[in-house]
Unconditional design. Structure first.
Length: 241
């Protein structure tokens, strides 16, 4: 058996262990998250088709989050199996020192880490964008499902919405909406309460008891108070990435 074949064998054993662990852990985390996301159907009124697509698109994000930990576990598992089966000792009979095996694994680990970085940088954002697009295309109920409590939500490219509280019937409390209007400046809406509703087949975000601050391109700030404002949700969605 040549040295290259032995080294390829070790790497193949590692990849088998890694793939097995990623499959098991990702499946467990995905099932847990899929159960939590059932609110998309039972609370927010989306179809099971949308629910299925959205949950499947969460898999790349799950894999990216567990990959480094699984990598270390798989590496330890592989070396431990080789040690228990006396394969490391056998390898030394072919003129390959254990430290050479270690350095080769270290070099492979570096390459593998670069692949994981590329995966997290390009693949995961692509699926995240598509999952948001699926919910956005569904309209009112899906837009409401994008808004999470005590979080800065980004339903569209130039819009950020902070929401302090959302109850089960869709009432929103303490809302801050920041909209970047490109060269025209930006606008901030602050409201005590709000809700998402549908009128004549169009979805609207209704905000009540608040104020609007507008900063134009010249740095001039204006402010008005309001009792109620109705905003077409398409104003948010049309700016999506």
């Amino acid at each position: 058996m040549s040295k290259n074949k032995i080294q390829n064998y070790i790497i193949l054993e590692f990849l088998k262990n890694y793939a097995t662990l990623v499959f098991i852990f990702a499946l467990v985390v995905w099932i847990t998250q899929a159960v939590r996301l059932l609110d998309l159907v039972y609370q927010d009124g989306n179809s099971f088709l949308v629910y299925g697509q959205y949950t499947l698109f969460q898999l790349p994000k799950i894999i990216s989050k567990i990959s480094i930990v699984i990598f270390l576990i798989a590496l330890f598992w592989t070396l431990n199996n080789l040690e228990d089966s006396n394969e490391l000792r056998t390898i030394s009979y072919f003129g390959i020192e254990p430290k050479i095996v270690f350095f080769n694994l270290l070099r492979f680990s570096f390459i593998f880490t670069l692949i994981l970085i590329i995966f997290k940088t390009f693949i995961v954002p692509y699926f995240n964008k598509n999952s948001r697009d699926i919910l956005n295309s569904e309209g009112i109920s899906s837009f409401a499902s994008l808004l999470r409590e005590n979080n800065f939500n980004n339903p569209s490219k130039n819009t950020t919405i902070y929401l302090e509280e959302k109850n089960r019937i869709g009432e929103l409390k303490n809302i801050i909406i920041f909209q970047l209007e490109n060269d025209a400046g930006n606008k901030t809406i602050i409201a005590k309460t709000g809700s998402v509703t549908k009128l004549k087949n169009k979805s609207y975000l209704i905000t009540e008891n608040g104020l609007i601050q507008e900063l134009d391109s010249k740095g001039n700030l204006s402010q008005i108070t309001f009792d109620k404002i109705t905003t077409d949700i398409e104003n948010f969605k049309k700016k999506n990435l």
